[in-house]
Design a protein around this ligand. Structure first.
Ligand SMILES: [Zn+2]
Length: 341
């Protein structure tokens, strides 16, 4: 099987337009296709994004798992799967990871929410990592630190509550949206008045207040979650509205979201983020399919991965996921320090 696999992979590499049998996985340069196992398209697409996040495997590679470690350990299986995705000689490099995920948290044969599975995999990876400093490194790689601030309109005192996120959950409005407009809305201050007043510790009574999220720090890898699924009266519906997003953007879009007590690791205005992976949802809320666009590290070319099927793609292809049936759901951006970086 291994021999057949590498032969077919070589064939496909020679001609990207070669038509392939559906049951075989292929790769384009750095990107390997993954078999769909028990409707694993959601995990498969996320694995493509984890594989494109070379920093994650760099952290996992610092760890030497002990001989007695359980085979269901998620960081072990994630490391094995990511290593196998760089090797063309095995047809199903992620089956043991899928088995471990099914064992811990995920149901087989069900439609998954990619943002939820993204959180489950990252949470389990850091919680089951036996080396605390590496667990922290994994956390820091993705962690967006925010602070909920409630400001009393009478005495101006501020109550702060820190929290952290693995993805920035951005609501989508009816009509057309841009990534910037979604970020603006997320960090917009809300007035708490007319029965919603907040108790102020300084004034020792309920007062009209403003409530909002403030940004404390952004990580190296920033995941943006476009909230396309809305629950209305017990039914989930998908929002097909247009959301444009840039291939690179400047952190000045977060300027209005900065915390009032700016932390030392707060984003600087000259930082840039570059898009390198997009998880795409195809179809409707209750029945759909996930695929991924990933940018290859070496030649910076886009690639499309639909389970075992992988083909070269362009930025124009990625832009077609702004709206409609095939819509971008998670965006992964990587920080670079200046416009040339
Ligand atoms: Zn007050």
């Amino acid at each position: 099987m291994g021999e057949l696999w590498s032969k077919m992979s070589r064939l496909y590499n020679r001609s990207a337009s070669w038509s392939y049998p559906r049951n075989y996985g292929f790769y384009v340069s750095e990107v390997r296709g993954l078999f769909n196992d028990s409707l694993s398209c959601c995990v498969n697409s996320l694995l493509q994004s984890f594989s494109a996040t070379t920093e994650l495997l760099d952290i996992l590679n610092k760890w030497n798992p002990s001989a007695g470690i359980k085979q269901s350990n998620i960081p072990l299986q994630l490391k094995n799967a990511l290593l196998a995705m760089r090797d063309s000689s095995h047809p199903a490099p992620h089956r043991d990871l899928l088995k471990s995920l099914y064992h811990h948290a995920i149901s087989r044969y069900t439609q998954q929410d990619a943002d939820e599975i993204f959180h489950i995999i990252l949470n389990l990876t850091q919680k089951q990592m036996p080396e605390p400093c590496l667990a922290q490194e994994i956390r820091s790689l993705y962690e967006i630190k925010v602070e909920t601030q409630v400001k009393c309109s009478h005495c101006a005192s501020i109550q702060r509550c820190p929290s952290s996120l693995f993805s920035l959950p951005l609501a989508i409005r009816e009509g057309e949206n841009t990534l910037e407009s979604c970020i603006d809305s997320y960090f917009q201050l809300q007035n708490l008045a007319d029965g919603e007043e907040n108790y102020c510790n300084q004034c020792e009574k309920k007062q009209p207040s403003t409530h909002g999220q403030k940004l404390v720090s952004l990580p190296l890898i920033m995941c943006v979650h476009l909230k396309r699924f809305r629950n209305e009266r017990g039914f989930t519906r998908k929002l097909f509205n247009k959301v444009t997003f840039p291939e690179t953007f400047n952190t000045s879009v977060f300027a209005a979201a900065q915390s009032e007590n700016v932390a030392s690791d707060a984003p600087r205005a000259d930082e840039h983020y570059s898009l390198y992976a997009v998880i795409v949802h195809i179809g409707f809320a209750m029945s759909g399919h996930y695929t991924a666009y990933v940018k290859q590290a070496q030649d910076q070319m886009w690639c499309y991965a639909n389970d075992s099927y992988v083909k070269p793609a362009t930025w124009a292809d990625v832009q077609r996921t702004y709206k409609g049936d095939n819509t971008a759901y998670l965006l992964l951006y990587r920080k670079s320090w200046n416009s040339s970086g």
